[in-house]
Design a protein around this ligand. Sequence first.
Ligand SMILES: *[C@@H]1O[C@H](CO)[C@@H](O)[C@H](O)[C@H]1NC(C)=O
Ligand SMILES: *[C@@H]1O[C@H](CO)[C@@H](O)[C@H](O)[C@H]1NC(C)=O
Length: 776
Amino acid sequence: MRNKQLTLLFGLFAVLSSLQHCQAAYPYYGTKIGALTRLHHGVSGDVYAVDSRTIFIKKFNYDGEAPAAYFYVGNTARPSNEGAARLRDERGGTTALTRRYRNKDITLSLPEGKTLRDIKWFSVWCDEFAVNFGDVSIPNNLDFPRPQKIGALRGVHGVSSDNIVIVDAQTLLVPNFSYDGEAPDAKFWVGRGQRPSPDGLRIPDENGKENPLRRYDRKTIVLTLPEDLTIFDVGHFGVWCEAFTVDFGHVRLPEGLNVPPSLKMLGISPQSKLNCEVLYDDLAFEVRWAVAGESIVVQLVAKLEANNYMSFGISPNKSISQMIGADAVVAWVDPETGNGFAQDYFLEGKAQCSGGRGACPDTKIQDKTNSIRLLNAAMVNGYSIVTYQRSLAATDSLDLPISIVDAESVVWAIGPLNDYKETSFHTYYNKHLHQIEFGRQPKWNCPLPEGSRPGSGSSSAEDEDNVPQTSSSSSTGGLGYPPAGRPNLEPEEEFYENRPQALQRQPPNRRPENSALAQRRPVPTPKPVNSNGAWDIPAIQCHEPEDGVFYAQMGPTGGKHGYPAITGHVGWGISWFINGLLIPELHVVRGKTYTFVVEGGNNPDIPAKYHPFYITDDPVGGFEHKREEEKKAVRIFAGVHRSRSGQVTPTGVGRLCNWTPDVDGPPADDYQSFGAYQRTLTLKCDPGEPGVITWKPDRSTPDTVYYHCFTHRYLGWKIHVHDSCDSAVAASERHEIRLPAAEPDYAGAEQFDAEPSIRHETKMESALLRLSRRAY
Ligand SMILES: *[C@@H]1O[C@H](CO)[C@@H](O)[C@H](O)[C@H]1NC(C)=O
Ligand SMILES: *[C@@H]1O[C@H](CO)[C@@H](O)[C@H](O)[C@H]1NC(C)=O
């Protein structure tokens, strides 16, 4: 059942239609259980099993007017008070549902210890009156999604791993990954089909970087597929040398894997499932955690001086934060090797460890007493991030249990390591009582990591209507962010509510085009979706804009009606916006000079913030990553400088401006027209100057050329070049007609034989690990 039918589309129809491909892959919310019966109070919604313990309701409605309605599950044949268990609401609350829900997407967890196997129904139930407002029954044999183990990596250059776990549709856990680090340009690589090729896509490493891979020695890493890419879109994963197109080892990703959707696909930011508390703001010292069954996964983050440690522990006395007698973890990352450490300590005294007395690693006091399992460590932009796991219970006499019922008093410290890589004194430590309830409903009391918004998950599930917001108030990157004393790593952003305002801003007055730029230009009103499912985005005709000035900025691909439907090629999540429009076709005339004001990002160290604009006869783009022969085969008309030695450097480089969707709004797919979607986008700009390039097409310019990104493929679209404006009239050839894809016959499809799934915890664990790369 599930979406095997959808996933089987891939590969079979890859050639025919990347359009179908996209529609099929996304959105995916898990295994559909069914629609809620619409009995009372306007209850409706589609219910999905995300994993064994999690339910997702797409477009939940409820008028909020009944006095005492709750979410309930039970194991009786139909909803009743008997044997029923109340769920917490999507915010973790326990009170009756008194808010109105209108087309809300919500995620609910079953009570501790229960799985979907244990229940027969889910209902919006008024227990006072024993009335069912709407319910869905859970089939006995429900095949809910769960993490799946696939093969292991085994290849050249020492590439190896244990069996890889597909944690969810966008997350891979690669246990014990090794690679010798000797090749010049190795990348984690995914792609369609069964084996790697240059057509694949690199995926960022466990820290979100796209640099060539360094050496790994049995490291367990978590990789996240970028943007909307899911494992259903790709047929293999491995290590690939991009420069020399060599396969260093790969595994196939079986089709039809029944894995949970990622949190992102459910519109949940990982931190809405996680806890975080600030320990020491001046050094951005934070503790993040998730309780997972019998154990707890903890992530410590701080901006440490070289050779310093951070430590965090449980006080022996629940009512005071007492260092003596505490059970602590001392953690650090070696900046040179990138190796991380997390050591179990017992603080017998405040002195340096000597002869088993003082602040000592447990193992210096007694053999085999390390109860800490290091999961991951990374140094990201100068922040040390260490993730570890321990059991909640005390496993030996040097450990203290962690209660998930009562608050614990905690202790922390930061200081230098001595020559034995043990703690010496501490420079900073907590001077006041600090208590933490480890078992609480997840709460993120820290600044929000980059790339996330306040309340994109449960915390914002406001009752109000789901009207797409046009105000910038929801996009300011977090309440009180950055907090006092926190280094401001985020460039200041400017916010523009929509295009007309963006056009009103005064550009820097050092360029001759200045006056032209300041002019206000109307945005054409785009029409609804056409028969191909593509939004109708008007071409920019050759007589407009008169001054020949175009703004080129980044923005989203716009879901299934956007980039893929327009171009017939799958989009990777971002694309060029020209004058506020998603990849419009441009019409230009030979002999006229055009100016492109480029705001695609100018930081070559962050691939996501570096999109040089150029014009070429190559329909693919991404010149930088082409092979030498491929480079020779394409022409570039604007946006690069060629040195005498033949070195090509991009010149269409300027600050990043990004048309940013409202994360709380409906998905792009829900918009019938680009115009409606465009109004929900906010233009956000990094500080700095735009880049400017000029281009004068001439007789040698072909009739069709393309604007693209120098560093990434498939971000742009067509430019039609005409001899005169008159000849251009009605020349906007539209989308070609595509064959409708037939449904494949999947009756005989082989069910992938999954190995016993790993436990639910891994998801939390990986969410924490994923935060490492989102953090800064
Ligand atoms: C990695 O491999 C070692 C040795 O084979 C094994 O003891 C360890 O459990 C593995 N680690 C993980 C996370 O699988
Ligand atoms: C914990 O600390 C409080 C306050 O100092 C003290 O009254 C109490 O006796 C201590 N409890 C134990 C078990 O040491």
